[in-house]
Design a protein around this ligand. Structure first.
Ligand SMILES: [Zn+2]
Ligand SMILES: [Zn+2]
Length: 142
């Protein structure tokens, strides 16, 4: 059980005078137990297997709450579907996206990370966060 994540969500919800509902908890559970980079529709399928009464709108709203509270990160790879991945105490990584099969590869390269900071510094810019998405063809599709 991801106790800390539950605490983050419950604190956020009470701070914003919202209600902690069974359905919101179920969305969080399913989100924490799912693979990365999933769409709201994919998460909805997982949650509705356990909570048949849940609606897609609730999943959308809860994902927004998870994003606002820092538990989820929203990703947009330009294919018309927003995707979500776990963000809480997860280490930074960038993405490669196959434009043929949609596969998403995570990577981390300390040289790229450092170069980005160097470039920012050269421009007198303090980088607080960044996203790097590489689009192309994966080795299975090539
Ligand atoms: Zn591919
Ligand atoms: Zn990722």
């Amino acid at each position: 059980m991801a106790a800390e994540e539950h605490e983050v969500l419950e604190n956020y919800i009470t701070q914003h005078n919202l209600k902690i509902t069974k359905q919101r908890r179920a969305v969080l559970e399913a989100f924490l137990g799912s693979k990365e980079h999933l769409t709201a529709e994919e998460l909805y399928k997982v949650v509705s297997a356990k909570e048949p009464k849940i609606g897609l709108a609730t999943v959308y709203r809860t994902l927004a709450l998870l994003t606002e509270s820092g538990l989820a990160a929203e990703l947009d790879f330009g294919d018309g579907h927003k995707r979500y991945e776990q963000n809480f105490e997860h280490s930074h990584h960038d993405h490669m996206i196959c434009t043929q099969c949609g596969k998403i590869i995570e990577f981390h390269n300390s040289l790229i990370e450092k170069l980005q900071e160097d470039v920012a510094r050269e421009h007198g810019f303090t980088m607080t966060t960044h996203k790097l998405d590489m689009f192309g063809i994966c080795k299975d599709c090539r």
